[in-house]
Write a protein that binds this ligand. Structure first.
Ligand SMILES: C[S@@+](CC[C@H](N)C(=O)[O-])C[C@H]1O[C@@H](n2cnc3c(N)ncnc32)[C@H](O)[C@@H]1O
Length: 270
């Protein structure tokens, strides 16, 4: 997850998925074209979605567009590739801190494929609420449930890997086992001070991938790949692939696939 070039090459969910979500749902976002606005993209990764997709959709004069990410490598890549006088990227973990300079600052908040990384959802959305102006708008999607997280659980608990895995639940949606994920999420979200205008679960899939392509896809997502010692890296990924083959009934060499149920939410700060 710290490798921007690999992520851009293989990450279907980010590259195509976020673009599709924006194309499908951006019409919900209202704009008053005279106002000078500030926009934040949370978990901006390599910065391509912020720059190529979100930035051109706004006709307003721009005060500031900020992409934030916990990964220094992603932020350095994004600034070098897409940074300009209106658009910059910063290392920031919004699950932990709210910088003073951003309190009540943003008119629009976006985030794609990121919030399932954050365990304390209540704190996350309280923090986000604080950086938004009253009535500011928010459009985001993140993974609610996926077989990928079950695969993480079975591989990461293998004894050869446990010394390098400090948290077996890391990077996985806390709604994975929920029977009513929408209701559960909506309760937390509304209690953090938001008014939901639209909430749903969309199904998306990474599909038609070769073994090598799928392995790269899994590496680009896996939060522990970089932490594995070199002599275990290959086996670590092979164990994920074996489990994918078992759990998803792969048919043929180019038919690796994986489903993701994602929350899609459009909301306003109350
Ligand atoms: C799957 S990528 C999505 C990138 C981009 N939004 C897209 O749609 O292609 C998720 C990104 O979220 C970042 N991330 C994870 N937890 C975060 C947090 N608490 N605060 C900010 N960024 C975070 C990761 O470093 C990663 O770059």
């Amino acid at each position: 997850m710290n490798n921007p070039s690999l992520y851009l090459k293989v990450h279907h969910i980010g590259r195509v998925g976020s673009r599709n979500i924006i194309q499908k749902y951006f019409h919900l976002v209202s704009q008053n074209e005279d106002e000078e606005i500030a926009i934040i993209d949370i978990g901006s990764g390599p910065g391509n979605v912020t720059h190529d997709v979100l930035f051109p959709l706004f006709k307003n004069p721009i005060k500031k567009v900020v992409g934030i990410d916990i990964s220094k490598e992603m932020v350095e890549f994004a600034n070098a590739t897409y940074g300009n006088e209106n658009l910059s990227f910063e290392v920031l973990n919004i699950g932990n801190v709210v910088p003073e300079r951003y309190i009540s600052f943003f008119d629009y908040v976006f985030s794609f494929s990121t919030f399932h990384w954050v365990k304390d959802q209540r704190k996350l959305f309280l923090n986000i609420n604080r950086i938004m102006k009253p009535n500011a708008q928010m459009l985001f999607s993140f993974v609610a449930q996926s077989i990928l997280f079950d695969i993480y659980q079975s591989v990461w608990r293998r004894p050869e890997y446990t010394p390098y895995i400090d948290d077996v639940d890391f990077g996985q949606s806390c709604f994975q086992k929920s029977k009513e994920p929408v209701k559960e999420f909506q309760d937390i979200f509304e209690n953090a001070g938001f008014q939901v205008e639209m909430i749903k679960i969309d199904e998306i899939a990474a599909k038609n991938k070769s073994l090598t392509g799928f392995k790269e896809f899994l590496v680009s997502l896996n939060p522990y790949y970089d932490k594995m010692p070199d002599h275990l890296k290959e086996n670590f990924m092979l164990h994920h692939l074996e489990q994918v083959q078992r759990d998803t009934e792969v048919e043929g060499p180019n038919n690796f696939y994986m489903d993701f149920n994602i929350f899609v939410v459009y909301a306003k700060k109350k």
